[in-house]
Design a binder for this molecule. Structure first.
Ligand code: CA
Length: 251
């Protein structure tokens, strides 16, 4: 038996060991399977992990939030936890005192499991969020259940110029962050309401970088200011109000 395995693994095809060839083919098939599970980006969006996407980051004059957010970049734990994952990222990036977390011993850190303290549960419970997500107002109130000041703006209440100015200004400053609540369909993605942090602005191309917390589905993308603004000016059927964005800092 062992000698047979030895003989097979010793075979070579055009100079390539058979075992290496089998592993290579397996990786290729597996990779293709993984790629097939991810929706294709439409042409209006620029993948951060592309030469153009990287160039936009390198030439951005408003990227102060990129490093602290990328250090704490996480994947939402279920289909409805985009808001929770986004909040956890900014709470950790702001070094807000965190609760204990099972498995981390004496070290304190925000996770999507320990985020909901008694104050946060008064806003909305984790069960309800897991079923239907959260509205823009609830996003602001959940942030303020910790020592955070959250300013909520509805997309339908601000002009494109105000939207661009408010976000770009924040992205030039340390110690504060932007979370955006938008309709995916309006920027060419699948499909419903979504929440994620905004990490940078490129003035030359007039594009914002979204660090999308549904990392199983989409990469971080650069989207034009106008498209993102329009996507925030869509109505959330749960609240009956337009989506929008939250500017936040530590109280
Ligand atoms: Ca900032």
């Amino acid at each position: 038996m062992n000698s047979r395995i030895y003989r097979i693994s010793s075979l070579k095809i055009i100079g390539i060991p058979l075992r290496a060839l089998i592993i290579g083919i397996s990786i290729s098939i597996f990779s293709r399977g993984l790629l097939a599970q991810t929706p294709t980006l439409t042409e209006n969006l620029i993948d951060l992990n592309s030469p153009q996407g990287e160039q936009l980051l390198m030439t951005s004059q408003a990227r102060k939030d990129y490093l602290p957010l990328s250090i704490h970049f996480i994947t939402q734990e279920n289909l409805a936890y985009c808001g929770v994952a986004s909040i956890v990222m900014v709470l950790n990036a702001l070094s807000i005192p965190a609760p204990e977390s099972p498995g981390f011993g004496q070290y304190r850190f925000f996770t999507q499991e320990n985020f909901f303290n008694s104050q946060a549960k008064k806003v909305i419970t984790p069960d309800v969020v897991a079923r239907q997500g959260m509205t823009l107002e609830e996003l602001g109130q959940l942030l303020e259940s910790y020592p955070v000041k959250a300013q909520v703006y509805h997309g339908g209440d601000v002009t494109l110029e105000e939207f661009r100015r408010l976000l770009a200004q924040n992205l030039q400053e340390t110690g504060n962050f932007v979370l955006v609540n938008y309709l995916r369909k309006a920027i060419g993605q699948e499909t419903g309401g979504h929440i994620s942090p905004v990490a940078a602005y490129n003035e030359q191309e007039d594009r914002f970088l979204i660090l999308d917390v549904s990392r199983y589905k989409y990469p971080p993308v650069w989207v034009t200011a106008e498209e993102l603004w329009q996507a925030t000016a869509t109505v959330d059927p749960v609240s009956g109000k337009t989506r929008g964005f939250v500017l936040l800092n530590q109280r």
